[in-house]
Design a protein around this ligand. Sequence first.
Ligand SMILES: NC(=O)c1ccc[n+]([C@@H]2O[C@H](COP(=O)([O-])OP(=O)(O)OC[C@H]3O[C@@H](n4cnc5c(N)ncnc54)[C@H](OP(=O)(O)O)[C@@H]3O)[C@@H](O)[C@H]2O)c1
Length: 311
Amino acid sequence: MRCACGVRKRSVKRGCNKEEASLCTNNQSPLFIEPGMNIFQCNWGKTLSFFTVFVVALAAVFQYLENSETVEIPRMDLNAMEENYRQKNRTCFVLGASGETGKALLKEIVERNIFSKITLIGRRQLTFEDKAYENLVQKVVDFEKLEEYAEAFQGHDVGYCCLGTTKAKAGAEGFVRVDHDYVLKSAELAKAGGCSHFHLESSKGADKTSSFLYLKTKGQVEAEIEDLGFERFSIYRPAVLLVDRQESRPAEWIARKFLGAFSSAFPTAMSIPITSVARAMLVNTLQDGEQKVEILENKAIYELGRIGDKK
Ligand SMILES: NC(=O)c1ccc[n+]([C@@H]2O[C@H](COP(=O)([O-])OP(=O)(O)OC[C@H]3O[C@@H](n4cnc5c(N)ncnc54)[C@H](OP(=O)(O)O)[C@@H]3O)[C@@H](O)[C@H]2O)c1
């Protein structure tokens, strides 16, 4: 007869013999198994303990992340704010309207009808079946020669930037080209064209001093746009975006499935629904900003993104 006591070094893997088992202390009760039982059956107690410790540790990390930011959002009457904003007759442009956040944002601003004109600036013409989208203006530009398309950026009060790519898709150089160069150039043209409120979808952890290319690039572009001196500059730093993405991104898919499972208990620890980001951008547009430059971290985005939801 063999056992899975596991306290005697010699027999940790294969279990311990009867003699060794007798040396187990009371709270380490040996598990006797018959010859032929596999190691998983033998070590189920240890596996279960390890799994329990892992889950508890993970929950503690999520709990910590969930509570690491405190945010107070005042009560707001979204309908009244929309009505008030509509009176201002503002215009806007959206960069990245074909992407996941861009689509969700566009839906918000079109359905709520808060702008007198909406221009989509992108590298390709988009088609929409919904009649609500028929008044959109589209400007197709070559991002490699953006200065030749300065006119596309002129005459908009508000600019939204949801542009971005990934290193996996574009390579390191291509990623910097889009997420830094295109974004910065667009912001420069927007500023020159009269835009007063620029919204940038950046990322959780953005930091120009980071040694990670992604976070460093995001941090750098934030800082360089800040230097342009918009009347108001709103930076959104969402965590992993929860969305059924059309494009296949296996690593992101796994992260989303994993984080999605925790998101009802810890909604802002490491992820955020994309609809919350879009709603937050809309609500923040309607608010009178008190700061010239504001950074909305994940929890603030989430809380702002709940405004207007039916309870
Ligand atoms: N994914 C996440 O979990 C996550 C988390 C935090 C922050 N973010 C950031 O949030 C932003 C938006 O993310 P998303 O997932 O909503 O974006 P997305 O779905 O990947 O859409 C990206 C947009 O950028 C455009 N774009 C990409 N490469 C381009 C190029 N070479 N030239 C011109 N346009 C180009 C795309 O246009 P086409 O449709 O023409 O390709 C699309 O409109 C990004 O900056 C991203 O880094 C993402």
